[in-house]
Design a protein around this ligand. Structure first.
Ligand code: OAD
Length: 256
């Protein structure tokens, strides 16, 4: 990336960091061909509003519409591959003593890239759960079992027969408690916080960089566009995840 200048003091901070916390959003998967949420024309919500698709009320009102939207998203994800940004985070984890990866994404691409112990704040759309008992069911098994339009939508739990839903967090729902606690703890204990590919609009994830900043930690925004948190960041690297993250890895490990 010719016009990306990495500040030398940021590289020095990265070289001395004992614990790196990284928060990712839909932007890191954009270069894998997965639409982000808020890009109006091509975004996931181009034809619907979030309230039509990503709330418990929407699921109660029109379970088939919501189920079909997530099936479409699973098909998108299944065809997608992790990109250079995902892979750079795997490399970064091998170059620093400790890296905590926190994602808002439900596409599972960090894990497919090789990242481990990923904190999935908003769940994972490759898993389903049932309304009656919270049984977890692999969505691939469900999709494979549904012969086209004739199947019941949403499908029923193989364990208890109650309707299935995607194992993701919808608007108005609480985040998985343990995941959020781990994410807050990492944001408070890290030396360096990278916020990558998120519009920083959705709470509580959007407050994680502030947990670091309030404790005097260094925070970096990596995004082609400014977000509301940009003015508070120590560094803003105005570029795509797929170019900025590999550049950070190269700066940390020139011989790599
Ligand atoms: P958004 O769609 O709100 O924001 C995507 C961000 O990625 C924007 O700031 C873009 O500028 C940026 N971006 C686009 N391409 C990029 C690239 N190649 N590299 C880096 N950044 C890029 O998605 P999120 O911030 O992830 O929650 O949205 C947060 C949450 O809102 C989602 O997890 C979802 C949604 O409601 C739930 O569904 C609960």
């Amino acid at each position: 990336m010719s016009d990306l200048i990495l500040p030398s003091d940021l590289i020095t901070t990265l070289q001395h960091a004992r614990h790196l916390a990284v928060l990712t959003g839909a932007g890191i998967s954009a270069e894998s061909g997965i639409p982000t949420f808020r890009e109006a024309q091509t975004g996931l919500w181009a034809n619907y509003s979030p309230e039509d698709l990503a709330t418990p009320e929407a699921f109660r009102r029109n379970p088939k519409l919501v189920w079909d939207w997530y099936t479409w998203r699973r098909e998108l994800v299944a065809k997608a591959e992790p990109n250079a940004g995902h892979r750079a985070l795997v490399g970064l984890a091998q170059l620093v003593p400790r890296l905590t990866l926190i994602t808002q994404n439900v596409d599972g691409l960090h894990t497919r890239a090789g990242s481990t112990d990923v904190i999935e704040l908003h769940g994972n759309l490759t898993r389903c759960t049932c309304l009656a008992a919270g049984h977890l069911v692999d969505a691939a098994l469900v999709d494979a079992a549904l012969p086209g339009e004739t199947a019941v939508s949403p499908p029923l739990c193989p364990h208890c027969g109650s309707p299935l839903r995607p194992d993701v967090v919808w608007f108005g729902e609480n985040l998985p408690r343990a995941a959020l606690q781990q994410a807050v703890a990492a944001s408070q204990s890290c030396d360096l916080f990278l916020s990558v590919g998120t519009s920083s609009l959705v709470q509580p994830a959007a407050s994680l960089p502030l947990e670091a900043l309030e404790r005097g930690k260094t925070a970096v925004e990596i995004n082609p566009q400014p977000t509301p948190l940009a003015p508070y960041m120590d560094y803003v690297l105005r570029g795509s995840a797929g170019t900025v993250l590999p550049a950070l890895v190269a700066a940390l490990d020139p011989g790599g």
